[in-house]
Design a binder for this molecule. Structure first.
Ligand code: NAD
Length: 293
């Protein structure tokens, strides 16, 4: 078994981005600039946004964090998105999900200028991805494709089983893996909560992408020997022995699976790290379009 190390792969991508930005700044260009909108004080969302802001700093990007209380109205959020859209010093805008229940997240996402939609959640971005046109690909599936490419894993002809059909992970992942490209060229089965006998599908898989948000759901007896396992899940589980009071678990039962797989991503240090690297790559691409015309 080999570890698909998202941390070191993300580092390599970030070094490349950072070098490109430093060189451009020497020629008088401004820094790439990402704005993040955070609503409320959910612990996981705080952590994700903090690491995005920290990564921006590390690689020479400008970042702006806009916070709203849990009680923010739909109108206030939309007004902020409009202001960010109109700000020509900004290359990328992200609104951290999930949003409180009284907010219609789709309306907020729809409002983001597609040219600044570095999370790739706008219908325009998803439509472009479906058609194979240049555009912003959602950061988590994009990060997984970057991780496979970096490790020179040839997925041509593989049977990929994706567990989970969310708009931001499972569904775009299934599209990207089925594309006529490498990584890609897979025969894809997209499984979800209504799939009967899931194990009969995962046992056929050369590559399993677990993105359902159920800790340690994927067991060793659900995959064949030599399969590749990509664990997208991030769930906080109470752990009174940890100073934080919780630990992070993925969707894969790591230790027993690791003995059986050819490659497996750890949690943490796998897909999460790549998601941030992919977000930075999307922001870099937006900035290049804005400043290299
Ligand atoms: P989601 O809740 O929107 O979707 C979950 C999907 O899993 C649904 O499509 C559902 O049909 C499917 N599902 C649920 N139970 C199932 C079961 N028993 N069998 C088969 N399918 C089942 O979740 P999401 O936003 O796609 O996130 C999934 C997980 O990935 C979560 O743990 C989330 O925290 C994590 N995540 C991680 C990253 C990262 O950067 N690593 C990014 C996004 C999401």
């Amino acid at each position: 078994m080999q570890i698909l190390d998202g941390k070191s792969c993300a580092s390599a991508y970030k070094d490349r981005i950072s070098a490109e930005v430093s060189a451009a700044i020497l020629t008088g260009k401004r820094k790439p600039h990402l704005a993040a909108v955070l609503v409320g004080s959910d612990g996981a969302s705080e952590t994700y946004v903090a690491s995005k802001v920290k990564t921006c700093k590390e690689i020479g990007f400008e970042s702006t964090l806009i916070r709203f209380p849990e009680t923010v109205t739909q109108e206030e959020l939309i007004e902020m998105v409009d202001r960010l859209n109109a700000d020509s010093s900004l290359d990328g805008i992200l609104v951290q999900l999930p949003l409180p229940k009284h907010i219609d997240a789709d309306q907020v996402t729809l409002r983001i200028d597609p040219t600044k939609d570095v999370d790739g959640f706008h219908p325009g971005s998803l439509g472009r991805m479906m058609l194979g046109l240049p555009g912003f690909v959602p950061a988590t599936p994009k990060g997984i494709m970057m991780l496979l490419a970096h490790n020179k894993i040839d997925t041509t002809g593989m049977h990929a089983v994706v567990i989970g059909r969310s708009n931001i992970v499972g569904t775009p992942m299934s599209v990207l893996l089925s594309r006529n490209q490498n990584p890609g060229n897979c025969t894809v089965t997209l499984c979800h909560s209504k799939t009967p006998d899931l194990k009969s599908f995962t046992l056929q898989a050369d590559i399993v992408i677990a993105a359902l948000g159920k800790p340690e759901f994927l067991k060793a007896d659900m995959v064949k020997t030599g399969a590749i396992v990509i664990d997208v899940g991030i769930t906080r589980v109470e752990d009174l022995t940890s100073p934080k009071g919780y630990k992070i678990l993925g969707d894969a039962d790591f230790e027993p699976l690791a003995e059986k797989c050819s490659w497996i991503t750890p949690v943490p240090g796998g897909v999460g790290a790549m998601t941030i690297a992919a977000l930075m790559q999307n922001t870099l691409e937006a900035w290049k379009r804005n400043t290299h015309a």
